[in-house]
Design a protein around this ligand. Structure first.
Ligand SMILES: [Zn+2]
Length: 196
């Protein structure tokens, strides 16, 4: 009932500005993001400055819209032309997850057809990376990720998934933790990539 009223008040409409109802990103507007890009071992849909992508990510993260994540995850999945043993969402802390109700990167992972591995966790609350300089970013993230190792990743090919790639510091810290368990390869998939 609540959801019904909510949908009446705030109808889902394509953020591409085409007027299409019932989806955050219609297939036609999704075309503007194609082909999804690949640079080294990173897959990404668009540049961070892309206005439509910024709107979509904001809808996903701050308006708590899981549907937006599923549409974006599917788009990303279409471009992944490699086989992976596991995909791992970039983890958020427990308190952040409680607040948001879900981890946006996990929503993206679930839209892909790759086995999900949730063993990478965030054990420390960190400040938003956006407000920090490079040095502070590194200190902020130090030892904040932990791989639980319930699933053996030795010799496996992994795909780390996040919404945004800015300086790569966060992905770098996750990679450092995962490499302790000797995976064969680590690749990355994000919705939007910054300049650096
Ligand atoms: Zn549209």
């Amino acid at each position: 009932m609540f959801k019904f009223i909510w949908d009446l008040l705030f109808p889902i409409q394509c953020l591409g500005g085409c007027g299409q109802y019932d989806m955050w990103l219609c297939p036609k507007c999704a075309e503007t993001f194609k082909p999804v890009k690949k640079k080294g071992n990173l897959f990404f849909i668009s540049d961070y400055k892309d206005e439509l992508m910024q709107k979509l990510i904001h809808t996903l993260k701050y308006n708590y819209c899981e549907e937006a994540g599923r549409d974006l995850g599917k788009l990303l999945a279409e471009a992944i032309d490699e086989e992976f043993d596991y995909c791992l969402p970039s983890p958020i802390s427990r308190s952040r997850k409680r607040e948001r109700g879900f981890n946006q990167a996990e929503i993206l992972c679930r839209a892909m057809d790759i086995k999900l591995n949730l063993d990478l966790i965030k054990i420390k609350n960190t400040r938003s990376q956006m407000t920090l300089n490079r040095e502070e970013r590194l200190v902020n993230l130090e030892n904040c990720f932990k791989y639980k190792n319930n699933i053996d990743i030795k010799g496996k090919k992994l795909l780390l998934v996040d919404d945004v790639w800015t300086t790569g510091t966060t992905m770098g810290e996750m990679t450092r933790e995962l490499e302790k368990f000797a995976p064969k390869e680590i690749w990355y998939a994000v919705l939007a990539k910054g300049d650096s």
